[in-house]
Design a binder for this molecule. Sequence first.
Ligand code: NAP
Length: 304
Amino acid sequence: MTAYSLRGLRLAVLGGDDRELVYIPVLREKGAEVRTVGLPVEKREGIIPCATIREAVRGADVIVLPMPGVDPAGNIRAKFVKEPLPLRDEDLQEVPAGTLMLVGVARGSLKDLASRRGLRLVEIAERDDVAIYNSIPSAEGALQMAMEGTDFTIHGSRALVLGFGRTGMTLARMLAALGARTTVAARRRADLARIYEMGLTPVTFPELPRVLPHMDLIFNTVPSLILDRRLLLKTNQRAYIIDLASAPGGVDFEVAAELGIKAVLAPGLPGKVAPRTAGEILARVLPEIIAEEVPWPPNGQRPR
Ligand code: NAP
């Protein structure tokens, strides 16, 4: 048994996009039988496209949902199907309680469904390793947006990154590498020290009114309202604000529009700008996560 062998496991991959097409063959190589629904995959040994969710989840040890999970109407995100792919209680009737369900981020409706069915729901986007790997395509996507949305170079521009977590740190590093004069706002002393160590300009949040008038590019990674009316009134009216934080983001977009400041919410960048890399990230982490969450039984034999 290799560290991340999936031998003997049956996985149901429901919906998804190009990322699933990248990682499914890897899960198969690790020994899993993969049943899919809503994906353009050819039937072959160990990979079985199914017509319905009910069929795909029958006997599954793990149900894998796409990173964005379900939409507000409860439909699984499924790029390749025209009809909605709803995830309903009745589809999961034959799934035993305690079955592992993996998703990037779960909406309340999905959490409720998992709890009603007694499923073990694990949100993987918040794991440090996944978040750090995903910060690379996210930061590149933000830079791509900045390049496309402005008439100046990133080099020499005055860039502000709000937040110095997994995404903020990667983005700040990339901006600096491109030659942006990079300021980073953080609240922890250790983060402010690290920003300084990286040769960037640290600021605290109370200091923002002083720096905002001078910024050309502003990237928010803080998942709370940061750029409210008071701070937007201080912001350079020609700045371009790119908000990476999960919806509703950290910017008062109505006020930004009122003030004529260009501001956009930029969700799901890895899947949009680098689906192959985002699929490879999942191919790397999913076997580890599944092997951790579904341990081998003491007799070393999985039940099929
Ligand atoms: P993270 O590692 O938790 O970093 C969040 C940062 O925000 C930390 O520096 C944290 O500071 C700071 N912060 C949180 N609440 C704050 C507040 N009230 N005031 C000031 N600072 C605050 O998260 P992450 O992985 O970088 O992700 C950041 C956001 O981006 C999340 O919403 C995530 O879902 C989203 N995201 C979006 C994309 C995309 O494609 N758009 C991709 C990846 C992630 P402390 O450490 O002091 O708490």
